[in-house]
Design a protein. Sequence first.
Length: 148
Amino acid sequence: MLVTRYNPYSDPDIRKGFEVLHSLMNQFDPAVKEESNLASFVPSVNTRESDDAYYIEVDLPGIKKEDIEITTEDNVLTISGERKYKDEVKEDDYYKVESRYGKFSRSFTLPEKVDVVNIQAQSKDGVLEVVIPKLKEEENKPRKIEIK
C-alpha cells in the first residue's frame, strides 16, 4: 500500500474555504487573486495496486514533461514541478483566470518490497503515470542442502 503525505491544502473542502477568503480579499486588493492563483496548484492523484506493481496517476494538464521531476530518496518517491503562468489576452476589457499555477510537490512513502531501480514514468494527454514494480518474493520451496 502506498502512503501519501497529508497536505491539508489538497483537501477540496479546506481549499474551498481558502478560495472564499481570497475572493473576499480580492474585493479590496486585486493583487491577492493573482498571487493566490500562482501559489495554489495541487495536482490530483490516483493510486492503485496490481499483483505486480503500484501505479500513481497525476493530473498535470498543460505541463511539459521537461517541467516535471521524479525522484526517490529514503524510500520516498517525490513528484515535483511547475505549472507556469500564461498571460491572458484581454478582450473587451475583461477576462477571468480560474486555472491554478505554481510549483507543486507530492510525496509517497513506498512499501518495502518495491523495485526502485526499475520505476518507469510516462506522460500522455495531461496525465503522468508512474509504475513502481514490486519485487518478486522468493518462494519457500523445500530444497536439499548439500553437506561438504
